[in-house]
Design a protein around this ligand. Structure first.
Ligand code: GDP
Ligand code: ZN
Length: 458
């Protein structure tokens, strides 16, 4: 149990006119009460009540700020401890002085993530939920926010828990067989183990399949916009970003550097890279740009190959079409506001219709179709239904892989006729890995690592 009482500013620093100081610990109410001047006495106030008054420095009687104080008694609070939240109106300076006053009166400054850590240690939330809170704080897009919120609500834990029960049941069954072979319990045959493990394995694999989508939602799809100079790459980037960060000019090859821009297309975050036109060049400065764009190309999750529909296909483009056909590439036919002079055979021969989109970057037409094509490419068009639990946390993914390997080992061992008490080790390992996701069996150092990723005050 935690004996000391901690405090931190719980709202984003520097923004908004109201800031909240959160205090948590067994003595939270007793610590704040003497500093709070009000008609109410916090010590006798019922739980979940709000009180109006002033924060006053008892040593000099100085009034620091007009505040609203909320009292939440454990275990019905975020940390399951007594919690007092002080909403200060005077902005960041006032809030800092309130925090300092608390620290002078024996409250300790909270470490990053310590509130959530206490919530976990006090059994209010499990580890997957706690980590989801981190993701919630950091999530960049709406879709990522929804996924994080679902996990915070325990969606992943709900998936993992039944799998753990299945394995525990199997383990218990195996145990009985080993310890009481003379008893009349059904024998655990290799077939029984194989079936049970295969069932769990299928579920673990299903969760892992969502991991890729989860990563994409969290970190954004790294998108390279490539094509010959003047095809309209910068214009497309601008049309997508609706901002003029990349320089658009009529002189071929003027986009020398990679310009990065983050945009959200129907809930999917894209990290757009505008690259220098890919072509043979003798200009040294431009060559650097071209080399970098080659690098960007190899790292990209998504490639938007921009072709100028107003001109015949160039040899470089023919090469790119071939080179990129097995990647996640969408061919963007630009300048459709002008007369079409590009023979499409070469494109349609290599790319299916849902990978080809016609746009006019100048007039902003076709951008919706491009959005749909991207969504379809990455999520089979099903991105709108956010019902799926996406596994998006790196630690969860590696534990699922670990569990998967142990299950596969168990299945192989069972098929090879290995004695049951040896297979038991693999099953236990698979169970343990799943348990670590929800935090049943984590060591203190791992906990510290996880919770130190939080912003202060959470
Ligand atoms: P980049 O070199 O591939 O980045 O091409 P830019 O975006 O710099 O565009 C090159 C030229 O084509 C500029 O003059 C743009 O205004 C023009 N341009 C880009 N998109 C379109 C379009 O959809 N229609 C027309 N008519 N011109 C365009
Ligand atoms: Zn450009």
């Amino acid at each position: 149990m935690n004996e000391d009482t901690i405090a931190a500013v719980a709202t984003a620093l520097g923004e908004g006119s109201i800031a909240v100081v959160r205090v948590s610990g067994p003595d939270a109410i007793e610590r704040v009460a003497p500093l709070f001047k009000s008609k109410a006495d916090l010590r006798t106030a019922p739980t979940h009540t709000v009180h109006y008054g002033w924060m006053v420095d008892p040593s000099g009687g100085e009034v620091l700020d007009e505040v609203l104080v909320t009292v939440m008694k454990g275990p019905r609070s975020f940390t399951a401890e007594n919690v007092v939240e002080i909403s200060a109106h005077g902005g960041i300076v006032a809030v800092q002085s309130v925090l300092e006053l608390l620290l002078r009166s024996g409250v300790r400054m909270a470490e990053p993530g310590e509130f959530t850590k206490r919530a976990f240690l006090n059994g209010r939330i499990d580890l997957a939920q706690a980590e989801a809170v981190i993701d919630l704080i950091r999530s960049k897009s709406n879709k990522a926010f929804q996924v994080a919120r679902k996990q915070a609500e325990g969606a992943l834990s709900k998936e993992i828990t039944p799998l753990k029960s299945q394995l525990i049941e199997l383990l218990a069954h195996v145990e009985v067989n080993i310890d009481y072979p003379e008893h009349d319990v059904a024998e655990v045959t290799a077939g029984v183990i194989r079936d049970a493990c295969s069932q769990v394995l299928a579920q673990v694999e299903r969760l892992l399949r969502t991991a890729n989508e989860g990563k994409i939602l969290r970190e954004g799809i790294v998108t390279a916009i490539v094509g010959r100079p003047n095809a309209g790459k910068s214009s497309l980037l601008n049309a997508l970003a609706r901002e003029n960060k990349a320089i658009v000019t009529d002189i071929p090859g003027t986009t020398r550097d990679i310009v990065e821009e983050s945009v959200t297309l129907s809930g999917i975050p894209l990290r757009l890279l505008d690259t220098a036109g890919i072509r043979e060049t003798s200009d040294v400065v431009e060559r650097i740009g071209v080399e970098r764009s080659r690098g960007a190309l190899s790292d990209a999750d998504l490639i938007l190959l921009v072709l100028n529909r107003h001109e015949p296909l160039h040899e470089d483009e023919r090469q790119l079409l071939e080179e990129l056909q097995d990647r996640s590439t969408i061919v963007v036919l630009n300048k459709t506001d002008l007369e079409g002079r590009l023979e499409l055979d070469e494109v349609t021969r290599r790319y299916s219709a849902d990978r080809i989109v016609s746009i006019s970057a100048r007039e902003g037409t076709g951008i919706d179709e491009l959005e749909k094509a991207v969504s379809k490419l990455f999520f089979g068009g099903a991105i709108e239904s956010a019902d799926l639990t996406y596994v998006s946390n790196v630690r969860h993914i590696s534990l699922l892989h670990q569990s998967k390997r142990s299950l596969e080992d168990a299945i192989t061992a069972a098929s090879d006729g290995i004695p049951v008490d040896l297979i038991q080790i693999d099953i236990a390992a698979a169970w343990e890995a799943l348990g670590e996701i929800v935090g049943d069996s984590v060591g203190e150092s791992l906990l510290d690592q996880i919770f130190s990723k939080f912003c202060l005050g959470k």
